[in-house]
Every structure is written in structure tokens, then in C-alpha cells.
Design a protein around this ligand. Structure first.
Ligand SMILES: Cc1cc2nc3c(=O)[nH]c(=O)nc-3n(C[C@H](O)[C@H](O)[C@H](O)COP(=O)(O)OP(=O)(O)OC[C@H]3O[C@@H](n4cnc5c(N)ncnc54)[C@H](O)[C@@H]3O)c2cc1C
Length: 472
């Protein structure tokens, strides 16, 4: 068990080469539809499916299509794989600029790790924790604070054993969900009439998951995590139990390698047209690719940037307008701070400019490397502002250097991890999982199970491949 602490990935953070075609081979492949009746060159019929996006969902869909004997083409806007997963190096350490941690109940992810022989590692347990109280921030021993947080969270998610009787089939008790799905996390906290002390212990964490404001996150989004974790705080605390030793991008790469896909980087898709027989995909450069089917595995927030014809079904269109990837606060910040701050975790209060911090490593020169998530109003590009925000919790230290990945202002995600808004599960979930003609949708923003996770992205990639494969 991870440190016996509730101080997990979400509570604390909450936080390439491939088989690319050779340069110059990116010429447009005219689709049969556009070929104006002329003979179809052989290369045009090369791909059985086009997968848009090379994150966990896209590479999984590509690999599953390959396993069904089909040839996938992957089109990726960035110059790298991984999307909201990005393993890099900074300050001499391997750093995850996006998703990092695994819960032991990530069944699909662990299956993939085993398949490709990738190992996981765990971080040392925190020694102390700073939490807000009505009298200001206080430092606690984990064994004191963890049970107190657990007791409050159990109240927040009370009822979820009934309404999420089957955590991986969230709509199994849709009848019971009608009363809870419209509730925001904030509405639930208000209804519970918690003491000021209890509220301070959990509000910051819940607001962080919702992108900075607990009114934006659905109670059911986090209650489903609670259910997937086994309805206990011990389970919840396991959300940061492990990370992938070689980095999360290593698993994305392994899956993509197995897909034996042709991958084109720097290839943003601007339009996807389904003429009933084939799907024609247009890129920003005007190149066109076609295949019998396509899987759209870009972040749900990005669907609205692609022109679909026929147009997106009503619920898909609504979902992408509302967004599922959290906003406006989803920057992952790696901070090199002066001195040895110890293995300390920090949870800010709702509205604090630093939402949460977790320790990562002690550097050889004695400085410490910490991971933080931003809260409302922080200029994440200004070290002095970040330093001032950190000093609120750790007055003795100084931010010497930082590496920040702001997923909300990232052009290809325009939001952070997936987290449904109030009412979105019942209004949108079943419909957005449905294909639109020859086009299926995948992503960590729309799984049945773990939303906002690797596990959810893998689940959805498998589903989408299964939906389109029979149409080829
Ligand atoms: C800060 C942060 C922390 C997180 N922490 C965790 C964690 O600890 N554990 C966990 O399990 N999950 C975590 N997550 C969530 C997890 O990273 C995501 O759920 C998952 O990686 C999403 O995968 P995806 O394939 O659905 O989307 P993405 O990874 O976003 O992949 C989509 C791909 O589509 C591409 N794309 C976008 N538009 C276009 C276009 N027009 N044309 C072509 N390509 C396009 C993008 O460049 C991207 O590569 C975190 C996320 C963030 C942001």
C-alpha cells in the first residue's frame, strides 16, 4: 500500500521515433471520393483505418485494429507521441509533464505493462503534510491527518455503493443517478453542512480535481473514482501508488510499436468527412487521406476544432462545447526549490494559487524537486509569482527554477485531465461513446470506467477499434 496516506496523485496533485514515414512522403493521398472517377492509385487503398491522435487512446485503437488484421495510419498534430502524457528530462531527472500515476485497480494498464515487460516504481511515503485549517495552514503527521480526511470523504461519497453498484458500468443504476448526477462537488459539500475544519480538509482537493473550482466538477465524477478505488479511503489513497519506471511515454511507445502503424507527426487534422463508404481526413496543410473508417482520439475538448461532415451528433457537439478536460487550472509544475524541504505534501485550500505540492526527489546539490499544480490566478510563467505562492506554505524555501506544462493553454489539449461537469454523465456519456457513421471516438475523457486516466484512455481505444473494425 502506498504509504498508508491519503496523499495521493489526485489529492496531492492533482495532479519518438516511430514508424513514421520518411520525410517528404507526406504528400496528399487523394481519396477515391476526390479522385474524380480516375483510377485509384494503389497507395490510396493502403490504410484500413485512420486514427487521429497518438495519445494512449489513439495508439491503443491502432494496436487493436492491427490485431484484427487491419492497417492503421496515425495522424498526430504534435511532433511527439503521448499527448497528455509526456515523459521528459529536467534538472537531471526523468519528469512526467502530464499523467504519471497508476492505481492498482488499473487492470487494463497493468495488462499492457506486463505485455511489454515494463516495470513500475513507487515513491517513498510522505513524512508530513501541510493542510489548511480554519486557523491557517498546519503541519500534520500523515497518521493523524489521513484518517480525518478519510472520514470526511466517506461522507461526501456516501451513497456511491448504491448508485455506483457496478463502478465500471456507471449507468447500471441510472435510476439512482438522476438525483446525484446534477450535483456539483460544491453543492454536495454545501448540503453536508460540514464543520469549517472538515470543509478545509477536503475542499482544496476536490476543487483541484475540478480544475480550480468545485462548482465545475460533478459529484459523480469523483464518486465513481471512489467506487473504482473500492469505496474506501485506503483505496483512494492508492491513486498514486505507482508510476512507470521508464516513464508513461514508454508504455505509449510500446503499444504504438505493436500497432506497426504508419505515423505522421506535425499533421493536425482539420476536417473529417464520411461519405457513407469511406472517411476522408483533411489536414492543416490541405493533404487528404482516406480509409474505410476512422477513430477520432483527440481530446474531447478538441472535437469542436475539427470540421465533421456530416456534422457531429447533437450530444457530441454539446459535450465538446461544454468541455470535459478541466479548465482553467491544469498546469503541471516541476519546481526546483532551495534546500531540503523533506518529504512533505501540501494541500492548498480552494482558491489558493498553488493547489497542491508533492515531493519528488532530493537533488545532488541539496536542493529539492517538487511537483505542483496551479490554482486560480497564478501566473505559471512567472517564477516570482510562483515563488510567492510557494512561500505561503514553505516560507523558508525559494523557487530556483521551474518547468511548467500548462495543459489548458496547450493548443492540442486545451484542457487538463478529463473530469465530467455536473449532469454530463447522464446527459452525454452513453451517446458520446457511440460512433457517428464510420467514425468512432476514443479518449480518456469518455470511458465507462476511470475518467481522466490512462486506464480510461486505453479502455476507450479498445472500444472504438471494436466499433469500427466490422465496417472495414
Ligand atoms: C496534468 C495532468 C496530470 C494527469 N495525471 C494523471 C495520472 O497521474 N494518472 C492517470 O492515469 N492519468 C492522469 N492524467 C490523465 C491522462 O494523462 C489522460 O487521461 C490520458 O493521457 C488521455 O489520453 P488520450 O489519448 O485520451 O488523449 P491525449 O493524450 O490528449 O492524446 C490526444 C492526441 O491527439 C492529438 N491531437 C489533438 N488535436 C489533434 C488534431 N486536430 N489532429 C491530430 N492530432 C490531434 C494531441 O496532440 C494528442 O497527442 C493527467 C492529465 C494531466 C493533464
Amino acid at each position: 500500500m502506498h504509504s498508508g496516506s491519503s496523499l495521493n496523485r489526485r489529492s496531492l496533485l492533482k495532479a519518438a521515433g516511430t514508424t513514421a514515414l520518411a520525410a517528404g512522403a507526406a504528400s496528399a493521398l487523394a481519396s477515391p471520393a476526390l479522385a474524380g472517377g480516375r483510377a485509384v492509385p494503389e497507395e490510396e487503398a493502403r490504410y484500413d483505418a485512420i486514427v487521429i491522435g497518438a495519445g494512449f487512446a489513439g495508439v491503443t485503437a491502432a494496436r487493436e485494429l492491427r490485431n484484427k488484421g487491419l492497417k492503421p495510419l496515425v495522424l498526430e498534430a504534435r511532433d511527439r507521441i503521448g499527448g497528455r502524457v509526456w515523459t521528459s528530462t529536467w534538472a537531471g531527472e526523468q519528469v512526467e509533464l502530464g499523467g504519471a500515476w497508476l492505481h492498482p485497480n488499473y487492470e487494463l494498464t497493468y495488462k499492457e505493462l506486463n505485455r511489454y515487460g515494463l516495470k513500475t516504481i513507487s515513491d517513498a511515503a510522505p513524512e508530513k503534510a501541510i493542510y489548511p485549517t480554519p486557523a491557517g495552514y498546519k503541519t500534520f503527521a500523515p497518521e493523524e491527518i489521513v484518517p480525518r480526511i478519510g472520514a470526511v470523504l466517506a461522507k461526501v461519497f456516501d451513497g456511491s455503493r448504491q448508485y455506483f453498484e457496478r463502478p465500471r458500468e456507471p449507468l447500471y443504476r441510472a435510476d439512482l443517478l438522476k438525483a446525484v448526477d446534477p450535483l456539483s462537488l460544491r453543492a454536495r459539500l454545501d448540503a453536508l453542512k460540514l464543520s469549517a475544519e472538515d470543509l478545509a480538509l477536503v475542499h482544496g482537493e476536490l476543487a483541484t480535481y475540478a480544475g480550480g473550482d468545485s462548482r465545475d466538477g460533478a459529484l459523480t465524477a469523483l464518486a465513481q473514482w471512489w467506487a473504482l478505488c473500492g469505496w474506501t479511503h485506503e483505496g483512494w489513497a492508492q491513486m498514486s501508488a505507482a508510476r512507470i519506471e521508464k516513464g508513461a511515454s514508454a508504455l505509449v511507445q510500446s503499444i504504438l510499436t505493436a500497432a506497426q502503424a504508419t505515423v505522421r507527426f506535425n499533421t493536425p487534422v482539420t476536417a473529417v468527412a464520411d461519405d457513407g463508404k469511406r472517411v476522408v481526413v483533411t489536414t492543416a496543410s490541405g493533404a487528404k487521406f482516406s480509409a474505410p473508417v476512422a477513430v477520432v482520439a483527440v481530446p474531447l475538448n478538441m472535437w469542436k476544432k475539427i470540421q465533421f461532415s456530416p456534422g457531429l451528433p447533437k450530444v457530441h457537439a454539446e459535450a465538446t462545447q461544454e468541455g470535459v478536460g478541466v479548465k482553467p487550472n491544469a498546469a503541471k509544475m516541476w519546481l526546483r526549490v532551495s534546500g531540503d524541504v523533506g518529504r512533505i505534501v501540501v494541500q492548498g485550500n480552494a482558491g489558493d494559487p498553488i493547489a497542491a505540492m508533492v515531493p519528488h526527489a532530493r537533488l545532488s546539490n541539496g536542493d529539492s524537486l517538487m511537483i505542483a499544480l496551479n490554482g486560480p490566478g497564478l501566473n505559471v510563467n512567472d517564477r516570482a509569482s510562483v515563488d510567492a505562492a510557494v512561500k505561503k506554505f514553505l516560507p523558508q524555501t525559494r523557487v530556483i527554477d521551474m518547468k511548467v506544462q500548462d495543459w489548458v493553454n496547450d493548443p492540442w489539449s486545451q484542457g487538463g485531465w478529463g473530469m465530467r461537469r455536473p449532469g454530463q454523465m447522464l446527459r452525454q456519456l452513453p451517446a458520446i461513446q457511440q460512433p457517428h457513421g464510420r467514425i468512432a471516438f476514443a479518449g480518456g475523457d469518455l470511458p465507462s470506467g476511470w475518467i481522466g486516466s490512462f486506464e480510461g484512455a486505453i479502455e476507450s481505444g479498445m472500444r472504438a477499434a471494436g466499433q469500427v473494425a466490422p465496417l472495414v
